[in-house]
Design a protein around this ligand. Sequence first.
Ligand code: FES
Length: 153
Amino acid sequence: MDTNNCDGVCGNESVQPVEPKGLSRRALLASFGAGLAAIGFSTLGETAAYAAKTYTVCKTSAVKVGSGKVFTPAGSNRAVLVTQPRKGVWRAFDARCTHEKVPVAGAANNVVVCNMHGAKFNADTGAATAGPARRSLTKFKVAVSGTNVRVTF
Ligand code: FES
């Protein structure tokens, strides 16, 4: 009698269930993750999926000190929030609120506001200061060239 086929219901405690032949669930998940990585997806974020580009987003005159505005630069479909928290200090963020990815409305008095559910963010650091959003806005590299505000993302 072959006791190795017992599924643990035969009453023979010394017989262990046999792993099915082929891929285990763990091996299947590992190979799925490797496949995603091979085609450019990352489970750690979306930064690995594309190469960053620099866009001219707006003129310096468009964003007053203490304020922020949302722009969609030519050649991109991404909304970018540009702020000027202090004279000559520029910041740029992904304009999507970290609560439910709705574009924020802009900034006034150095406070970025999302009108969807009322979240607030610091216009200098992007840190969430009032819920329901808890995570900071994603910061982009920003530079001023002449009168152009250029953002890399
Ligand atoms: S989507 Fe911005 S607060 Fe909810």
